[in-house]
Design a protein around this ligand. Sequence first.
Ligand SMILES: Nc1ncnc2c1ncn2[C@@H]1O[C@H](COP(=O)(O)OP(=O)(O)O)[C@@H](O)[C@H]1O
Ligand SMILES: [Mg+2]
Length: 284
Amino acid sequence: MVRWFSGNGHGKSEQEPPRDAQGRRVIIDVRDVTKVYQMGDIEVHALRGVSLQIYEGEFVSIMGPSGSGKSTLMNILGALDQPTSGEYFLDGLDVGKASDRELARIRNKRIGFVFQNFNLLKRTPAVRQVELPLIYAESPGNRRQRAIAALEAVGLGNRLNHLPSELSGGQQQRVAIARALVNEPSIILADEPTGNLDSKSGTEVLRIFQELNREKGITTVFVTHDAFIARHTDRVIMLRDGKIVADKRVEQPLVAGEVERPSEMAELGEIFRKTYESTAEEID
Ligand SMILES: Nc1ncnc2c1ncn2[C@@H]1O[C@H](COP(=O)(O)OP(=O)(O)O)[C@@H](O)[C@H]1O
Ligand SMILES: [Mg+2]
């Protein structure tokens, strides 16, 4: 059995995952994965044979229309759900063969999750929310101190005792990021983390993800509907009807906050121009 590669050199049965030409490890290795949901008599084919390799330190966005399988894929990547068929190796560990205990350990210590709806506890102050994963992981040391440091890292050092209702959407999402960060994961999985935010808070949240990726080398997978946001990542994967239809490197990723979002009018203009052009062609 392929063992979790922790890099500490203790376990003899550990097997190093494959590396690319630059020596980067494949950290996420999905092989021909399908997911079928059974809804009474109806089978919903949410993923129809997805193969995907993500290297350590990559910042990848996953795009695709609603219902194309993005969240299903993220749940599998996070070992929250198992595929119907196919294999998934997470940093060398065969997730399909891992025990519940191993999976829980990975989710707690190696992966940070961020969701569209923040998923914060309503009556719990920020610092306590961020402390919780440390308590679940039975992490030693001064938990409160580490929670404070994580909140400081996302610019919320002055909001430690605020409840979610006392914070803006952008601030709530930053608490959620601090919570994802506090166990020092090697992977962050974020499912539409800017989906409920206005453009300014969205940019702020994006800037934090970019910094975590660039400065700490955290492998980041980021689901978004928004092509402008995707242009801030290294690589864009497009899903449609449960299949990968495009997988492209972003030539020069934008730096969050440095480039203004093209105005809606400009974007609309572009769409209309194309529409008229294609109409003109048809008339020709
Ligand atoms: N728990 C579930 N039970 C049944 N069908 C589901 C479930 N979760 C997702 N689906 C279906 O699987 C397809 C992909 O859903 P999802 O992965 O949530 O797409 P996305 O995140 O891209 O919007 C959709 O048709 C959706 O209705
Ligand atoms: Mg979704």
